[in-house]
Design a protein. Structure first.
Lengths: 719, 135
């Protein structure tokens, strides 16, 4: 089967190259048959990639350790759920995932545009074919996911890295990749538009839905990554300004800017150079994001050491950047704006401002992320930490939220100051009420940025509520229905607009959580024995007793041993019981001894979080197992030759010893206010994106009509 | 003011704001950053009161826990020069003897006193093993 898989990759590489060549030749020579053939080759490529993925997945599910990837990333005792995800825990597997998603996305967009965009679609096909060929080339040449294990086939695999055994990791990488891949679609069509000099808004209309889908997936992927680090990494942060985290955020920021600025091009024919530059930057950043995880060029908690394909990626990114920039420069004459900015008080001006803030945010993060490389070029290697990132991004985030509130109520072309005052008076009043309430009833004044953010969030929510209310009441006057009906009609008639408003509200709520949890976090690190207590926020936390479990860890990750603690948290009448623990995974390293290998392998914290709307209580424990070193050494000596049952009994005895004779354990507790609103805000953004991306009834009618017209046209010209 | 002059003025204004911000970015990043260094750099040429970002491997059998403090030594990736480290705060899950770690702090009387929670451990995986073999 491995042979079939490798053959799929080679065939895929040839197919992708053929698709690119055929569409280019077809477009240049005007022979439509070649264009059609190129498009069909892409469908073929998708089928090949699906086959290859199915073969690899079935190898993981069967635990076929003759595959190097399976032997190194899975084992028979890895839970099935994590066998499926093990594919993208490796470099080779994630390349295949990229190629799979890209071929599916490309097929979808080419199928949807098969009757329109005749001039630029072949060039887009060629671009996407080349991108797919690049990823297949990497797999065929260096990182073949189907390569066989060196030497004899092992009986047991190494197992999935325990840190990756978390439900969010099942969907986080595919979501990120869907986002990265999705942005290649508008990128390819932008290149097609530039080559053919069709620089109107056609390419945007054809691909904006793909851009929105990519943006949504990328955003979900970033948030799931944050959730993973909040609950799995064991230090309780959801964002550490780590290079890999930053790499996923940067294309999301430029993508957000793109989604806004294309509206200006659609409506007013402006910002053409800006739009193509944004999508080129977004695509290049998406490639960088894929590359940075494995490249090892930056120090990161995610850095998986040096990779064999870093150079190839770098060259490809450079080719993309240089080629696209040259193309943009050569087409500057075709990219002239059709109109000018009438006034600084207009929606287009606010879109431009929001774009500048988003791009500035991206530049700041880029500078900070690559600062080790930049400073090394300037002398000594230096790096900036989270405090620098926080200080630099906070004012930009505040400006962004302000613009998210003002932008939607400003009309296109120009608005008078009096008109602006009329629509802003109620939201501003609300923001003032929020400010007064915060000053009167809370200690929010201790952090000025957080206080400002809370007021701005109130402002944005008030703007969105006011806009929905105004629209719905206008509809009620027209149609006379009930409020809910008027609201749903309003939204469904202008999905893109009101979906956008909902997304604004979601981002505001998300940043409310970020501001609250970063400014008012209460963190405690203690080392105590059972029976002792400590204060954390307004909770009194007591270490009741140690826990020690053999098999069946609480999170279902397949860890054989888990040590932990039972904590009770008390606060004026409330009483909670929490069970943070730490899972121990066996290592294959024989030098640790037959028994010791169960205790000295990887270990991961399983935190226990009590979620709450006002604050989370987050607990983690680090048991001190040094007192077990003696018994483990003893057991290694006595039971190394014994059979499995005896060894299991010895392990059980050692585990039991931890429970009966517990040493002090180290705890970390966080009382983190408003953190839940980050995830709730994310869900609201997702809802907004779904509203915007859902085809409206009118669009469906329009599409059917245009298909009918096209058929009529073909029939008429055929006769 | 005629429109074209107004536009030019706007452009100049926007560009100078952008330049100012870029200058602030460059200035703050250089002043707020810490220098990356290896154990041998720190041992031979560390200045007191300056903070460094130390990268290296945890020396075998050097990890001791004393109440709140974690004490260990870091050595050069491919050498034997090592520096003792005292650290407080959360220890990442993959922290182990022999693993590559990054920690920020200052050198005080021959001991590297780390900032709280600054310890970062690289993810262990098959790639790190390959890396060790090749280096």
């Amino acid at each position: 089967m491995a042979g079939t898989g490798s053959a799929c990759l080679v065939a895929g590489l040839l197919t992708a190259l053929y698709a690119a060549t055929a569409s280019l030749y077809g477009a240049r020579s005007g022979r439509r048959a070649f264009v059609v053939s190129g498009r069909r080759a892409i469908y073929c490529l998708a089928a090949l990639m699906v086959t290859a993925t199915v073969i690899l997945q079935s190898a993981f599910l069967r635990s076929d350790f003759s595959y190097k990837l399976v032997a190194e990333g899975s084992s028979t005792d890895t839970p099935t759920f994590y066998k499926v995800t093990a594919m993208w825990a490796t470099q080779d597997g994630s390349l295949l995932l990229w190629a799979l998603l890209l071929s599916i996305f490309t097929s979808a967009v080419l199928f949807l545009t098969r009757r329109s965009l005749r001039e630029l679609a072949p060039y887009a096909t060629a671009v996407l074919g080349v991108v797919a060929a690049f990823f297949l080339f990497l797999m065929v040449g260096w990182e073949n996911p189907f390569s066989a294990v060196a030497g004899p086939v092992p009986l047991e695999g190494a197992g999935l890295n325990p840190l990756l055994r978390h439900p969010a990791m099942m969907i986080h990488p595919p979501m990120l990749y869907t986002g990265y891949v999705g942005f290649s679609i508008p990128f390819a069509f932008a290149i097609g538009a530039l080559v053919t000099r069709h620089t109107g808004a056609d390419w945007i209309r054809a691909t904006r839905r793909f851009a929105l889908i990519a943006w949504t997936f990328l955003g979900c992927g970033v948030l799931l990554g944050a959730l993973w680090s909040y609950t799995e990494l064991g230090w309780g942060g959801y964002w550490a300004w780590d290079p890999v985290e930053n790499a996923s955020l940067m294309p999301w920021l430029t993508g957000t800017a793109f989604l806004h600025s294309i509206m200006v091009q659609e409506k007013r024919g402006m910002l053409k150079v800006w739009n193509v530059s944004l999508i080129i930057a977004t695509f290049a950043l998406a490639l960088t994001g894929t590359f940075l995880v494995r490249s090892g060029i930056l120090e990161s908690i995610h850095a998986f050491g040096a990779s064999t394909i870093g150079m190839q990626f770098l060259v490809f990114i450079a080719v993309v950047l240089v080629g696209s920039t040259a193309l943009v420069v050569s087409r500057l004459g075709d990219l002239r704006s059709e109109s000018r900015l009438d006034s600084l008080l207009s929606r287009e001006a606010f879109f431009l401002l929001n774009n500048l803030v988003l791009v500035a945010l991206c530049l700041v993060i880029f500078w900070g992320t690559f600062f080790p490389l930049i400073s090394e070029a300037a002398g000594a290697e230096r790096s900036v930490g989270p405090p620098w990132f926080n200080r630099m991004t906070t004012p930009l985030a505040l400006a962004l939220v302000l613009l998210a509130g003002v932008g939607p109520v400003v009309a296109w072309r120009r608005v008078t100051l009096a008109g602006l005052r009329r629509v802003l008076i109620a939201p501003l009043a609300f923001a003032t009420v929020v400010l007064v309430a915060l000053l009167a009833f809370t200690n929010a004044v201790e952090s000025l940025p957080a206080l400002l953010m809370f007021c701005l969030v109130g402002f944005v929510l008030a703007v969105v509520a006011q806009e929905l209310w105004r629209g719905a009441s206008a509809r009620r006057v027209m149609t006379g229905g009930s409020w809910p009906r008027a609201l749903s009609e309003l939204v469904s008639r202008n999905r893109r607009r009101y979906g956008g408003y909902v997304a604004h509200a979601g981002i505001a709520v998300l940043l409310l959580g970020v501001a609250g949890s970063s400014a008012f976090l209460d963190q405690k690190d203690v080392r105590i024995s059972p029976g002792q207590s400590f204060r954390s926020g307004d909770w009194t936390v007591t270490y009741e007793r140690p826990t020690a479990q053999l098999g069946g860890d609480r999170a279902g990750t397949g860890a054989p041993i888990s040590f932990g603690a039972e904590l009770t948290a008390r606060k004026s009448g409330e009483r909670l019981t929490l069970h943070p623990s730490r899972n121990y995974y066996p290592t294959q390293d024989s030098s640790k001894g037959a028994i010791g290998r169960y205790f000295e392998g990887e270990a991961t914290s399983e935190v226990d979080v009590r979620w709450g709307l006002t604050r989370d209580l987050w607990t983690a424990v680090r048991p001190d197992t040094s007192s077990l070193a003696g018994p483990i050494r003893e057991a290694n000596r006595r039971f190394s030759g014994a059979n499995g049952d005896v060894q299991a009994l010895a392990i059980a005895a050692i585990v039991e010893r931890y429970r009966t004779d517990p040493p002090p354990a180290t705890f970390r507790t966080l009382v983190s206010p408003l953190v839940s609103w980050i995830w709730i805000g994310g869900a609201i953004v997702l809802l907004g994106a779904l509203i915007a991306v859902w085809p409206s009834p009118e669009a469906r009618v329009r599409r059917v009509r245009s298909l009918y017209k096209a058929r009529l046209g073909r029939e008429l010209s055929g006769t | 003011m005629d429109p074209s002059r107004k536009r030019r003025l706007r452009l100049v204004l926007a560009l100078s704001v952008a330049l100012l911000l870029a200058g602030a970015l460059v200035y703050t990043s250089f002043s707020a950053s810490t220098e990356a260094s290896t154990p041998s750099d720190v041992v031979t040429s560390a200045e007191p009161g300056r903070s460094y970002e130390l990268t290296g491997k945890v020396v075998e059998d050097s990890v001791r826990r004393e109440e709140e403090e974690l004490r260990f030594a870091i050595r050069d990736r491919d050498g034997s020069t090592s520096v003792p480290v005292v650290y407080e705060g959360v220890v990442p899950d993959p922290f182990r003897e022999g693993r590559e770690v990054i920690v920020s702090g200052e050198l005080e009387r021959g001991t590297f006193v780390a900032e709280r929670d600054s310890l970062v451990t690289k993810c262990p995986s098959k790639f790190s093993n390959e890396n060790e073999k090749s280096s």
